[in-house]
Design a protein around this ligand. Structure first.
Ligand code: B12
Ligand code: SF4
Ligand code: SF4
Length: 263
């Protein structure tokens, strides 16, 4: 079943990009399976916030969180590196197109799991985030970390074995399957041996330093870019499901032209 799910996601992403209305290209997804009752996951309410959901809040008999990373391409990353004062238009479009693809892919995967006799669902919290705290009650990356598909870099991205330049999604199922566990190898070079630190130099607003990350400063840049890119969609919504971004809230300079973007 793991192979079937992985192939389903891979094939879906491969076919989706041949749609003539889609301009983004993606690499081969990395799919992970986290134990819904893994101690790291059970502990998320303490690590992140009390309001952070657990898999059992999505499905009462949750067994597994299927979490996947869809890499961007080097060409896309280069457009964002070369566009000096703001995000590239391609990066903004890729942000919206990837999030829209996730919605459709998740729906199809849920149907497929249902047809095989399993229940599955997404967390509604993954469609929104608290705009004052700048935090979500469903962190894809923490589930990805628990599934063992990546480790957190100094740039605050979750880096996988094929790099960190791309996006994550996740869903919950009652399918019991062999689960991954957090990686023991550190993928960020700075965290590994104090080499690198390049991502920090890319940040236009000092939101990212070697000491940490300030989400408010980061958000200032995202909002500036959202003023520029108002026509590509709105990936997030409010509690009533109404789109609530002024435009594409993007930057991503800390995720491109760095050693860990693509290995
Ligand atoms: C809210 C949000 C934001 C906020 C706040 C950012 C933030 N880091 O939280 C704003 C709007 C500012 C923002 C900015 C960006 N975002 Co954003 N954002 C989210 C969202 C919706 C929720 C994130 C969240 O609340 N996390 C919970 C908080 C507590 O976690 P955290 O701040 O990341 O901090 C934790 C980790 O850093 C971790 N950690 C750090 N080091 C270590 C080490 C170890 C060992 C462990 C265990 C944990 C750990 O522990 C911290 C505390 O729990 C997610 C989608 C989702 N639902 O998951 C996307 C998401 C995080 N964003 C993403 C991206 C790409 C961006 C931008 C590049 C914008 C862009 N698309 O151009 C910037 C990058 C900023 C950065 N360097 O982090 C991607 C990240 C992909 C990746 N490869 O990791 C996500 C996952 C969206 C997606 N679907 O893929 N974002
Ligand atoms: S650019 Fe270097 S320091 Fe920054 S996250 Fe990647 S490997 Fe770590
Ligand atoms: S997304 Fe932009 S503003 Fe935010 S931390 Fe990365 S480089 Fe800095």
């Amino acid at each position: 079943m793991k192979t079937i799910i992985t192939e389903f996601i891979t094939e879906y992403v491969r076919e989706y990009q041949s749609n003539e209305n889609i301009s983004t290209k993606w690499g081969v997804p990395i799919v992970g399976f986290a134990d819904a009752k893994h101690p790291y996951i059970i502990n998320l309410k303490k690590v992140i916030s009390h309001s952070h959901q657990l898999p059992i809040d999505v499905l009462e008999d949750a067994k597994t969180v299927i979490v996947y990373f869809v890499p961007f391409t080097k060409e896309l990353a280069m457009t964002n590196f070369l566009s000096k004062d703001c995000s590239s238009v391609e990066w903004a479009v890729a942000y919206e197109e990837t999030n829209a693809m996730f919605m459709k892919l998740n729906e199809r995967l849920i149907t497929k799991l249902n047809e095989s006799g399993y229940r599955a669902g997404i967390s509604n919290e993954s469609l929104m985030f608290d705009r004052s705290a700048l935090k979500s009650n469903w962190s894809h990356r923490h589930f990805a970390y628990a599934a063992g598909i990546g480790t957190f870099g100094i740039n605050n991205m979750l880096i996988t074995k094929s790099g960190g330049c791309g996006r994550y999604s996740s869903l919950v199922t009652n399918l019991n399957i062999e689960h991954g566990s957090p990686m023991t190898e550190e993928l960020c070079l700075y965290k590994r041996n104090k080499s690198c630190g390049i991502c920090v130099k890319h940040c236009p607003n000092k939101a990212l330093t070697l000491e940490g990350y300030e989400r408010e400063k980061c958000n200032e840049i995202l909002q500036k870019n959202a003023q520029l890119y108002k026509n590509f969609g709105s990936s997030y919504s409010d509690e009533k499901g109404k789109p609530n971004s002024i435009g594409s809230e993007v930057c991503g300079k800390c995720a491109v032209n760095i050693p860990c973007a693509f290995w």
